[in-house]
Design a protein around this ligand. Sequence first.
Ligand code: S3P
Length: 460
Amino acid sequence: MRIREFQRAGALHGEIEVPGDKSISHRSIMLGALAEGDTRASHFLMSADCLSTISCFRQLGIDIEEDREADTVVVHGKGLHGLSAPLDTLDTGNSGTTTRILSGILAGQAFQSQINGDSSIQARPMKRIIRPLTEMGARITSLRGNDCTPLEISGGHLHGIDYLSPVASAQVKSCILLAGLYADGRTSVTEPSLSRNHTELMLRGFGAEISSLPADEYAASGAKTRPSSSKNDTADRSRMSGMVPWRAEVCPEPQLRGQDIIVPGDISSAAYFIAAGLIAPGSEILVKNVGINPTRAGILEVARDMGGQIEVIREYDRGGEKAADLLVKSSSLHGTTIEGALIPTLIDEIPVIAVMAAYAEGTTVIRDAAELKVKESNRIATMTENLKAMGADIAPEEDGMVIRGTGFLHGARVRSFLDHRVAMSMAVAALAAEGTTTIEDADCVLISYPSFYEDLEKLI
Ligand code: S3P
């Protein structure tokens, strides 16, 4: 068990560039493997989760060059039907994204495979992908009969389906869409509101025919809207503010072509510096090259709504993904309500938003976020326990939490629960707390941000 100690830091100053986006890094390996030709991904996230994806695709016969110094990978794609049967169980480590999306790809293969991860993965729900993949015609067995991994997957001969997903989950959506590449007809997924759309954007960039639009617009078009490789109909921000069911549809058997991808910085990693800059008095931090895809950028909306000063200095495009430099200044924060369609756009940032709420004046209510219970830890329970230990007034709810901000926390001994986002959130909480905070099992940050503590240190 590696522990880390933190003292109150005072003002934070300087510039920081966060590592590449985790979701986009995973997808660049996956689509790169299924494409014809080479895919080069630069500013790739060299963290444990993405390395799990790389090692799984190597087991499936894909040659992947990795330059860890330059944060670059080159995937030598073998086309949609180029994967070969793995000799052993595919090990997805701690990565839910690898487990669920790769299962969709495996469901389309003519060979049998087994997939499993660490003890945290083995407790995460897989029924959400087993159901639709089975409906498509794959045979999937949860080997322990508990709807978790290890899974045995016998794929091939899939049928296109129209799937109504009960959760707004990009892992579920991406799993089904990628299985849909191997189906005998079109496959669609309708989710309660739009979750991150990196798969849709990247599939389009690689040459697939894919559409993504509000489900009511699709229905109004007399269901005649067909996937197109050119129509840019995804993620209209104004339509995203309400709880609007969203439908993505993909055509099977595309010819995917390898691409050059520059991965934008991960807003989920930038979130810790944004929060730290806002709550540590006198701070001013420039966070450079942050992906601000609207399906991911809910934290910016919430932070501003809480009174946070965040300025977009420069905005640019990274192959269909928007990125920006953000100037963050310490601010007096106040409470807010976070719910509905906003939740999927900031689901991974809720632990650090809870920290911001504890340092704010007034009450913050987070609801519609029951998904927090099935992340790397039960983040409602783990963040409640940790923030309580530091003196916060926080109450867990079935689908979220209520935090009555006092503007003050004191140091305590807290646990990461082996959840990288809990560890990083508690480090942020510690920076503005009175006294010493000790975080147990702090090195789990290597899952998404191996140099997190060193980068934080540079701003102190
Ligand atoms: C991810 C989707 C989200 C997110 C996870 C990454 C992805 O999970 O929490 O960290 O890359 O598709 P869900 O799909 O379970 O919401």
